[in-house]
Design a protein around this ligand. Structure first.
Ligand SMILES: C[S@@+](CC[C@H](N)C(=O)[O-])C[C@H]1O[C@@H](n2cnc3c(N)ncnc32)[C@H](O)[C@@H]1O
Length: 268
């Protein structure tokens, strides 16, 4: 049956998943778009609901053939549920318990301090996964399971184990258990001081590493910085004070990958 009314209870039930409270109470997340649906299939995850327009289903019937039911809604109803202005025709509801579990002994950990922007968070997740990060730890900031973050991560959020800490104390306790890892603070270049911080390529990234990135406005909490064993920077022109955190993450995270490739090539 085609749902045509925005007043259908389905709309409010799924819109509740835009909110952290709704996701927590129902233990579900809302994935928007064909790409995220394809990621769900690729990873062998099992959605509780698939909501699509008749037009989307007509063009993508092969993608849904293993599912017994797809809820059909008009584009207008789909728009009322989605956070995107122009959803491409499908929404997927997935249980949170199907997301990956953080390993006990991570080898490459990314710690994000109070990141606020959903786009930055999603971009970072995608880069982290590409660079071989095996755990993402978040201290406060934007909810990583918000539909906008999930979309910006292009599905990386479904593969990257993550843990959230509501306070610095809680995060510090966990970090203390990771004594075998080098803890790397990231710092913007300092124009007016003579303090030198290592350019990121001078660090030996082959060691087990926890990399710390800071908030978009205030940077890395000095308290977190004080527990780091090393600091690195990405040198750039003084015409800007700093880089966007999502942009800064790419060379840092991928330097580990580059050093590993170089090591493998040299030892063939
Ligand atoms: C926009 S910056 C924060 C700027 C803030 N006013 C400060 O002084 O730290 C956000 C985060 O991006 C990273 N970042 C930005 N530029 C960087 C650079 N040149 N080198 C290393 N990390 C950088 C750091 O993790 C930083 O905490």
């Amino acid at each position: 049956m085609l749902i045509t009314s925005r007043r259908n209870p389905l709309v409010n039930r799924l819109r509740y998943l835009h909110e952290a409270e709704g996701r927590r109470i129902h233990g579900l997340i809302l994935l928007e778009g064909t790409h995220l649906f394809q990621e769900v299939l690729r990873l062998g995850l099992v959605p509780t609901e698939i909501i699509a327009t008749p037009k989307w289903l007509k063009h993508n019937n092969d993608l849904t053939k293993t599912f017994s039911s797809v809820r059909l809604v008009t584009l207008d109803v789909l728009r009322a549920i989605a956070t995107t202005k122009n959803p491409d025709g499908i929404l997927t509801v997935l249980p949170i318990v199907q997301l990956p579990i953080v390993p006990r002994t991570p080898n490459f950990l990314l710690v994000l301090d109070r990141l606020q922007d959903p786009g930055n968070m999603g971009t970072l997740m995608r880069t982290a996964l590409a660079a071989g990060v095996d755990s993402l730890w978040l201290r406060g900031g934007v909810d990583p399971l918000h539909p906008k973050v999930l979309r910006a991560s292009a599905g990386a959020a479904l593969s990257l184990p993550l843990e959230r800490f509501s306070s610095t104390v809680e995060l510090l306790q966990q970090i203390k258990n990771l004594s075998w890892m080098q803890r790397i603070a990231t710092r913007v270049q300092e124009k007016y001081t003579s303090q030198t911080i290592k350019p990121y390529w001078q660090l030996d990234w082959s060691k087990p590493t926890a990399l710390f990135l800071g908030n978009e406005g205030s940077g890395l909490d000095p308290f977190l910085e004080s527990i780091c064993t090393d600091g690195v920077t990405i040198p750039h022109s003084y015409l800007v004070d700093s880089l966007n955190v999502g942009v800064a993450a790419a060379p840092l995270l991928l330097e580990r990958f580059r050093q590993r490739l170089t090591y493998v090539k040299n030892n063939l």
